[in-house]
Design a protein around this ligand. Structure first.
Ligand SMILES: Cc1cc2nc3c(=O)[nH]c(=O)nc-3n(C[C@H](O)[C@H](O)[C@H](O)COP(=O)(O)O)c2cc1C
Length: 202
């Protein structure tokens, strides 16, 4: 199963178009996938109570908050590959991901006598792909934003080892808010590669 995570807060924006293209490609090539629009999920901020981190061992902790987070985690843990498609906002990935990162403390053990948390050992082997859209040129994203670092923070507890990055830039003006031929080619390459990987492991 491939999971597409659409982190754009904007309906019918660029990331919606990119995710639609990914979905169409996977449907056409009969690749198993799910697409999650994060803006449709209710995920509350972490209350810093640390109770989810108290239990030792490698089983995920339990959070007292009742929202869509546990279903979200269950869904992504079924994945062989996670594609996160997102705008660059304020030199980083959007704030919803920051909320999710804090809530991912369920992946850590931190007892009262430990100085710092330790990531639980999850038996997973997932590939990760980060696609960003930005006003700035794509080549600047690794240099002046925290996007890759933030994605690696998300990837670590999920045991995502191999990460590939695609930064689609020059999307600042209203006239640039389109998926260009070059972007389409990039998306088609991603779909073709993942379809091959899926066929190889089937
Ligand atoms: C609040 C906000 C902050 C933004 N910050 C940045 C930024 O720091 N760097 C950048 O290159 N583009 C920035 N942008 C432009 C967005 O990256 C661009 O609008 C987005 O990639 C378009 O994707 P979407 O249509 O899915 O929203 C920002 C846009 C907004 C609305």
């Amino acid at each position: 199963m491939i999971t597409i995570l659409n982190f754009s807060p904007r309906i019918k924006g660029l990331n919606d178009k990119i995710c639609d293209m990914l979905c169409e490609g996977f449907t056409e090539l009969k690749v198993d996938y799910q697409c999650i629009k994060l803006r449709e999920l209710t995920i509350y901020e972490c209350s810093n109570c640390r109770s989810c981190m108290k239990s030792p061992g490698d089983d995920l902790g339990t959070c007292h908050l009742t929202d869509d987070m546990s279903q979200f985690i269950k869904s992504i843990l079924q994945s062989k590959c996670i594609i996160l498609s997102s705008p660059i906002n304020c030199y980083d990935l959007p704030s919803k991901l920051q909320v999710i990162l804090e809530r991912m403390s369920i992946f850590c053990h931190w007892s009262d006598d430990m100085y710092a948390p330790k990531v639980r050992l999850m038996p997973h082997d997932i590939n990760g792909i980060l696609i960003t859209t930005s006003a700035m040129p794509g080549v600047m994203v690794p240099l002046v934003t925290k996007a890759r670092k933030t994605f690696r923070l998300f990837a670590k507890p999920l045991r995502i080892k191999r990460i590939t990055y695609y930064h689609l830039g020059f999307k600042g003006r209203a006239t640039d808010m389109a998926v260009t031929e070059k972007d389409k080619k990039t998306v088609r390459c991603i779909v073709a590669k993942l379809a091959l990987d899926a066929a190889a492991t089937a």
